[in-house]
Write a protein that binds this ligand. Structure first.
Ligand code: HAM
Length: 466
């Protein structure tokens, strides 16, 4: 029998260096520099939304799978390939929302919003999730700003929202880069007739299509028209045209939308091939295209049948969503710099325990009075603390050494000029604030926003919790 090796007295545990974890493919951190751009976009969106009477809505990240299967449609890439499925512990099938419109319509029905004065105008700024192949400008977690106008069918609704979207891109100083493409795809009945005509056309020509597209002939023949594949494009060029199937009413409606856009001085081009990748649309569809980036920065259209399809009463609607991530790409191509307002303006440096107690109170006062301030941390030397202040690009350092504190003094150091001045401790905060550009003072008084009001009923929350 082989002898057992004697156990080692003390096992030396080798520390294994862990591989750092990565975010999931196609999902990116929105770092502070990127947030500076997002902040501008959100400001512009909120401003334009408020001007036009929109109110904000947030729907859940997870929804019932059937909402999107019914709403966006089988045969669309989003539903067939791109949804993130979530199965709960009890086996319920949910999906992470790939877009915002279907969720807003579900919320409209569920919350009885049909009682509200029409049109009901809602907007959102949210993340969405699509499991597509990541590439430049295509994220798996993407950020959109979106607008939905529910309850009216009027060319003026379409024109007003397209105008609003156009204004947002102008405000972001990227409007001149974009081409607004617009089309009408008629009503549901027109579409059915056209789809039948397409099926007739493609039947017998299956072999000329790539194998992975053939199922679309039955499922969603419209999708065959905007494929990248060359053979599919050649066939699409020969296929019957949508224009021939648009009803006179839908055509007249479209003419009116275009006329109103002209009245609003919105430049556009008609693109009869534009059908968009979601099935809920009818009549007006539009997209803002950035040729330089090779991306669409926003798109939308009318969806008069969706709310009924989701179990609500027939309710015409129109909407638009813009891509935030792609807008930032365009803003950067334009060399636009978003302001970094999250600066540190005053750094409080201290040595010793007693000075630290004073420093922490000074910091609190500075912050309360609207100064972006940090410090009063660590035990490092004054030199090291001032180096830190420099690395944070602070404008001033408030220095509390043990000697100064004993003498009731503090030092204010102008970090850029390298000059300093000794001041009485109790005047230090006041003095440093005086030195700062008033534009840097960042005060917010929440009591201006929150007031007691008898109309607030705590039971409302209970109803929501039910
Ligand atoms: P969508 O065209 O799928 O429409 O998306 C709108 C915009 O979101 C796109 O134009 C693009 O800028 C951005 N976007 C979409 N997918 C990605 C991605 N993978 N990565 C980065 N950005 C992306 C909708 O979602 C409809 N719900 C719009 C709508 C609202 N229609 C009516 N109401």
């Amino acid at each position: 029998m082989p002898k057992k090796a004697a156990p080692k007295k003390a096992e030396t545990v080798e520390k294994v260096k862990m591989e750092p974890l990565q975010s999931p493919r196609g999902m990116h951190d929105v770092l502070p520099e990127q947030h500076a751009y997002f902040t501008v976009i959100k400001k512009v969106v909120r401003h334009r939304a408020r001007q036009a009477g929109f109110r904000r809505i947030t729907t859940p990240v997870l929804e019932d799978k059937s909402l999107f299967v019914r709403g966006i449609g089988e045969g669309t890439d989003i539903v067939d390939k791109e949804m993130y499925n979530v199965v709960t512990q009890s086996g319920t099938q949910l999906v992470m929302r790939p877009e915002g419109t279907a969720g807003v319509c579900r919320a409209y029905i569920q919350n009885g919003m049909k009682q509200m004065p029409k049109p009901v105008e809602l907007y959102y700024i949210e993340s969405f999730f699509r499991h597509d192949r990541p590439q430049f400008g295509r994220e798996r977690q993407l950020n959109q700003f979106g607008f939905e106008v529910l309850g009216e069918q009027d060319p003026a609704i379409d024109a007003q929202l397209i105008f609003l979207a156009n204004n947002i891109f102008k405000d972001l100083k990227i409007g001149h880069r974009l081409r607004l493409e617009i089309n009408t795809i008629g009503d549901a009945e027109d579409r059915r007739k056209y789809e039948d005509a397409l099926r007739d056309f493609y039947t017998g020509k299956e072999r000329s299509l790539p194998a992975e597209l053939r199922h679309l002939i039955e499922k969603n023949p419209l999708r065959l028209l905007d494929q990248k594949d060359e053979d599919a494009q050649i066939l699409a060029g020969l296929a019957p045209k949508f224009e021939q199937f648009i009803s006179p009413e839908a055509r007249e409606y479209h003419e009116k939308v275009l006329e109103l856009l002209q009245a609003l001085d919105v430049e556009f081009v008609s693109n009869p091939k534009l059908v968009r990748g979601l099935d809920y649309y009818n009549r007006t569809v539009f997209e803002f295209v950035d040729d330089d980036l090779g991306l669409s920065l926003g798109g939308g259209g009318r969806y008069d049948g969706l709310i009924e399809l989701l179990g609500g009463e027939p309710t015409p609607a129109f909407g638009f969503a813009g891509g935030m991530d792609r807008s930032v790409l365009a803003m950067k191509r334009e060399k636009l710099l978003a302001p970094e307002k999250d600066t540190v303006d005053v750094f409080v440096a201290q040595l010793g325990w007693e000075p630290k107690k004073i420093a922490i109170k000074m910091l609190a006062e500075l912050r309360d009075r609207g100064v972006h301030a940090m410090g009063a941390i660590g035990k490092s030397s004054m030199k090291a603390q001032l180096e830190k202040a420099d690395r944070f690009d602070a404008l001033y350092a408030l220095i509390l050494g043990e000697v100064e504190v004993r003498e009731g003094k503090a030092i204010i150091r102008d970090m850029h000029a390298g000059k300093q001045e000794i001041v009485p401790i109790e005047k230090a905060v006041e003095k440093v604030i005086k030195k700062l550009d008033p534009a840097l003072i960042d005060r917010y008084d929440p009591s201006e926003d929150l007031e007691k009001d008898e109309r607030v009923d705590p039971a409302d929350e209970l109803k929501i919790a039910d």
